[in-house]
Design a protein. Structure first.
Length: 425
């Protein structure tokens, strides 16, 4: 096939099609495994739809307090089915993954309680929620919550043997972050999370185990609650939104814990009974329907970028033979200019706002300037196709998403062309 017209339109002068095709041929076995995971999760979603009798009437929009929003309740039952949880809170009024996580922490912790992060300090925005960065008003530490962390070892693994030295009888909540965040480690697998949970249970059977599930949904065939987590939370404009949900977040877990979260989101005595879905039920359900397929596409895009940049002698995380438990692919570029060129190339490939030029700027919740390439149908939906990173050493770019594998491959061709023109490769 002749892609000259496409190349001319995107100003691609350097052809890497042969190298990319060779990498694709070598990835067929790994792609096949991803296909099997996706198929299982697709059937899991369809089972949840059928078991909970999802109907056209569930997509009708209600008004006022939301007492007649039966579709909202149906969506939450479907989430509970998928995540094997006793209850769920799925609302458009949860504005982001950070908000969902924050709700859980503020709802379950009170002054004097101790929380321990056993996967080192969490994602940048969560550090401000806790109060270990930014000194923002109303953070957890300001409210009397005690915070401790267990650092990862030199190989960025959970130090299982040291969990008991941090988690004791006074620990109220243990936080596990599944995804990489802005770190130089891969996501923790469900098997690794299970080992951590089992060790926490030995140290303190009563501790609430909370998993930040952002970017990890549907990358494996099971989720954290199935291996013992008490509660988890995430965003609807990442994996689970399927590129269709326009906003929202979710919290799944034990019924009493979800009740605390619902009472914090609304008010004690109101809880889950009020709160409109604002007509988003169809979009959430349809996005959930597409989510296993979208995650599959994103994981294949990540693998393609990983193998390509590994061949170019760049360090990639996860490494090409590492297990994968989120959709994020990190590439250590070591120079700020390379991060900027990479992100600008991704922006050129975006389906929306492709003519924009991303620049690093100060974003709410981040201590360092962040450059972000993202142009999709839903603002901030990093599962569509995006690349970002804080401009700090060692200058890592974080690639996420790709609703369509072919779109991701086009983005790779653009990045390689721009790197070639800059003599970076």
């Amino acid at each position: 096939m002749n892609f000259k017209e496409i190349n001319d339109n995107f100003n691609i002068d350097n052809n890497f099609d042969k190298e990319i095709k060779e990498i694709e041929n070598n990835l067929q076995d790994e792609f096949s495994i991803i296909d099997e995971i996706s198929e299982y999760n697709q059937l899991k979603v369809l089972k949840a739809f059928k078991s909970n009798d999802l109907q056209t009437s569930d997509f009708m929009q209600s008004t006022g307090y939301g007492y007649a929003d039966t579709g909202r309740d149906k969506i939450e039952a479907i989430f509970s089915d998928i995540f094997k949880s006793e209850d769920s809170l799925v609302r458009p009024s949860i504005v982001s993954g950070t908000h969902a996580l924050s709700i859980v922490l503020f709802a379950l912790l009170k002054a004097g309680d101790k929380m321990v992060a056993i996967t080192d300090d969490p994602y940048d925005t969560m550090q401000q929620v806790i109060g270990i960065a930014g000194n923002k008003k109303g953070n957890l530490i300001e409210r009397g919550i005690k915070y401790d962390k267990l650092e990862l070892d030199s190989a960025n693994r959970i130090q299982y043997d040291k969990i008991k030295s941090h988690v004791d009888s006074h620990t109220k909540l243990v936080l596990i972050q599944r995804s990489t965040g802005y770190t130089q480690r891969r996501a923790f697998t469900i098997e690794e999370i299970k080992e951590a949970i089992d060790t926490v249970r030995e140290a303190n059977p009563n501790a609430i185990i909370f998993v930040d599930n952002c970017y990890g949904e549907f990358t494996e065939t099971s989720e954290p609650i199935e291996v013992g987590a008490d509660i988890l939370a995430g965003s609807l404009i990442k994996n689970l939104g399927g590129g269709i949900a326009i906003t929202g977040g979710y919290i799944c877990g034990k019924k009493d814990l979800v009740e605390y979260c619902a009472n914090y989101l609304t008010a004690p005595g109101i809880g889950k009974d009020e709160g409109l879905s604002f007509g988003t039920n169809r979009l959430v359900a349809e996005g959930l329907y597409f989510a296993p397929h979208i995650v599959k596409e994103a994981m294949k895009v990540a693998l393609l970028f990983a193998h390509t940049f590994n061949n170019l002698s760049y360090e990639v995380i996860p490494k090409i033979d590492d297990p994968r438990s989120d959709i994020v692919q990190s590439i250590i570029l070591e120079e700020p200019e390379k991060v900027k060129v990479f992100c600008k190339a991704i922006q050129e490939a975006c389906s929306v706002d492709s003519n924009f030029v991303p620049e690093a700027f100060s974003m709410p919740g981040y201590e360092d300037p962040v450059i972000m390439a993202a142009g999709g149908f839903v603002e901030g939906a990093t599962s569509e196709l995006s690349a970002d990173g804080p401009l700090r050493k060692p200058y890592v770019v974080y690639l996420q998403g790709g609703l369509n594998y072919f779109h991701g491959k086009l983005a790779l061709r653009l990045v390689l062309d721009r790197f070639k023109k800059k003599n970076f490769i």
